[in-house]
Write a protein that binds this ligand. Structure first.
Ligand SMILES: *Cc1c(COP(=O)(O)O)cnc(C)c1O
Length: 643
């Protein structure tokens, strides 16, 4: 495969060798000085508080010495860190940091803005709201804040909290019409019973919220306050789940549906929300993609049993396999359910794959046709993948992690919802009504960010980093898409190399890619030739993984490559794919022992997000070198076994 080097990528990162060190150093010195001038110019008439001679005092010198010693120790021990920046690192979802993001983050740190509200972060709160709009546009949500139905997004510590925020918002919006009924609000056209109230479409629930708000606005202040208090008293956020559902016996606590490949943050989220993990229904997959037929069946059951559903989660880039759920089919299943009186939110967990949407976006925000996207790649995007991305704009909310495929420092996840008006229901102080000074304009409203987010104090530096990175590399195919496109190129090269490698291992080991990659994660299943037992195959892969895992007890330089490991569980994979994969590996399905360690097949997992994997400059690329290394390890292990 030919691969032309993209020179824009040369300036994006510090680089595997630290090639761009002078650029970063120049920026850092420039902005540190700039920060100091800012301090000096605040009130130049104030005399310096620290005497110029202070630096000679023994206490000062002792402090400095202690500080230096601890910093040296830290710096030395950090040399054991995982070299995410290196193209030899193809393990977990981490890589080098985008220079514009890293520089903006470091530039902002000494100002220490707290994005909980505008008072503590006059600049960066606004940047955070703008990042939400940048992401909304990438996802195909309305992103013009002058439109009433504009999307809204904010940053979180990570995808885990963003998923939790999605649950909070869905529950707030679903239960609010029930609270309006319980408070017997007159004149606003409430649903006939609790079941209908709990199964309004999100747009209907938002319309009802708007009607209620303007009805309140038409009352005099005292009456409005009284009605508002009555409704607040009935809300699930006030009463708690047990009391709320005891008052509404027509309603059961709702279920959350997710594919069995979903991240464990969903289990955490249901615990945190108090719904409990019993309410999380994990659906089977086909080839590690949500099985839409199984979803239909599950929803049918719910309709018959009058079991409400809070949300269906579709995963855009599963953490373990990079697979992409058919979001379009999930939306179609919801259409079907609506006919049976069941409605729910569709949330996309795109913590991993969200930024791949850049490949599908034109500069004007419009969607690119599959053929346009495909000209740059061998197989990508499959029909299913293109349809999934095309459907994003019709979902209700999305989680996306700038600290994964956005190449930004950790502590930067994001939650985006399609219609910002729903957010009023999350406000901690119920001043979402007109209380004289409740802001109506979008930007002003979200400057009190702390009202709406699950967290409190949080770093403005993360918002600055995301904003600057997205400004330098706009979230569409001609800019950021060159970076995400490079990850797909690398994955396609890896896939092709894996097939060649499999052929070359004939007679020594069975090697296969267990399912076609949807994105930039590629797994390898391996079994030594002649072995038929899953337990032995797993032991073999464990040994291989031993050479690829982070091992702090040995010098970093001893490590040739970093990979990761995951497993294929029959209940995740389905009977058909399990049989197919075991047969291709020469494994006896009977040795897959339930309830034991060999109840699953261990496989190697590779995240191909480093932009320099296909380094053309030095003749050989890292993917070829990885397979050479893997081949030598397999040789060594199979020789040792034979001896
Ligand atoms: C990484 C990931 C999460 C969790 O995100 P954190 O940033 O680690 O909290 C959730 N869902 C998916 C699909 C992920 O890949």
């Amino acid at each position: 495969m030919t691969f032309s080097h993209d020179h824009v990528l040369d300036a994006c990162f510090l680089g595997p060798y630290g090639e761009n060190d002078t650029l970063l150093e120049k920026l850092m010195v420039e902005f540190l000085r700039d920060h100091v001038y800012w301090r000096r110019n605040f009130h130049p008439e104030d005399p310096p508080a620290i005497a110029t001679a202070a630096a000679h005092h023994p206490d000062y010198l002792a402090f400095e010495a202690r500080m230096r010693r601890e910093l040296h120790l830290l710096s030395a021990s950090l040399k054991k860190s995982v070299p995410f920046h290196s193209p030899r690192y193809i393990g977990h979802m981490a890589s080098d940091l985008l220079l514009p993001g890293l520089a903006a983050h470091m530039l902002t740190l000494p100002y220490n803005p707290n994005n909980v509200c505008e008072d503590a972060a006059p600049v960066t709160v606004e940047l955070e709201v703008k990042v939400g709009l940048q992401l909304a546009r990438m996802l195909g949500y309305p992103s013009d804040p002058s439109r009433p139905e504009c999307a809204f997004g904010h940053l979180t510590s990570g995808g885990t909290l963003a998923n939790y925020q999605a649950l909070r918002l869905a529950l707030a919006l679903k239960s609010f019409p029930v609270a309006l009924r319980a408070a017997r609000v007159p004149d606003i056209g409430l649903p006939d019973d609790d079941w209908h109230a709990f199964n309004l479409r999100q747009d209907e629930a938002i319309a009802l919220l708007e009607t209620w708000q303007s009805w309140l606005g038409s009352q005099c202040a005292d009456v409005a306050r009284e009605w508002q208090a009555r409704v607040e008293a009935e809300r699930v956020e006030q009463r708690g789940l047990p009391a709320f559902f005891a008052t509404h016996p027509q309603l059961q606590p709702p279920l959350v549906m997710a594919p069995i490949t979903a991240h464990y943050s969903w289990s955490k989220g249901l615990k945190l929300l108090g719904l409990g993990r019993d309410q999380l229904r994990l659906l089977p997959t086909k080839g590690m993609r949500l099985d839409a037929d199984a979803l239909h069946v599950a929803l049918d059951h719910c309709a018959q049993a009058r079991q409400p559903v809070l949300m269906c989660v579709a995963v855009l880039g599963s953490t373990e396999y990079g697979t992409i759920d058919p979001i379009h089919d999930v939306l179609a299943a919801r259409e079907q359910s609506r006919k049976q009186g069941i409605d729910f939110a569709v949330h996309v967990d795109a913590a991993w794959g969200g930024y791949l949407a850049t490949l599908f976006r034109n500069a004007d925000g419009s969607l690119r046709a599959r053929g346009e996207v495909a000209v740059d790649f061998v197989q990508f995007p499959s029909r299913n993948v293109h349809e999934a991305f095309a459907a994003l704009g019709d979902t209700d909310s999305v989680t996306v992690d700038p600290h994964k495929l956005g190449y930004l420092p950790y502590g930067t996840g994001a939650f985006v919802c399609r219609d910002h008006r729903a957010m009023a229901l999350l406000a901690e102080q119920a001043d979402y009504v007109f209380n004289g000074h409740a802001p109506t304009d979008y930007m002003t409203r979200y400057r009190s960010l702390g009202q709406f987010i699950p967290e409190g104090s949080k770093p403005g530096a993360s918002a600055a980093a995301a904003y600057v990175a997205h400004q330098v590399m706009p979230l569409e195919h001609a800019h950021f898409g060159r970076l995400t496109g490079a990850t797909i190129h690398a994955a396609e090269a890896f896939y092709a190399a894996a097939q060649k490698f499999a052929a070359s291992m004939n007679g020594r080991a069975h090697v296969m890619v267990p399912f076609e990659p949807d994105s930039n994660l590629v797994c390898l299943a391996i079994n030594p030739w002649g072995n038929t037992g899953v337990a032995q195959a797993n032991a073999f892969v464990q040994q291989l993984y031993g050479t690829l895992r982070c091992d702090p007890s040995r010098p970093l330089q001893m490590k040739e490559f970093f990979g990761s490991m995951t497993s294929l569980q029959p209940e995740r994979l389905g009977a058909f794919d399990t049989a197919r994969i075991l047969a291709a590996l020469g494994l006896d399905a009977g040795t897959l022992a339930l309830g034991q360690e060999s109840d699953r097949l261990m496989i190697l997992r590779h995240t191909l997000m480093n932009p320099y994997l296909l380094d053309a400059q030095n003749g050989s690329n890292y993917i070829e070198r990885y397979f050479d290394f893997l081949g030598s390890q397999i040789h060594a292990l199979t020789r040792a076994d034979a001896a």
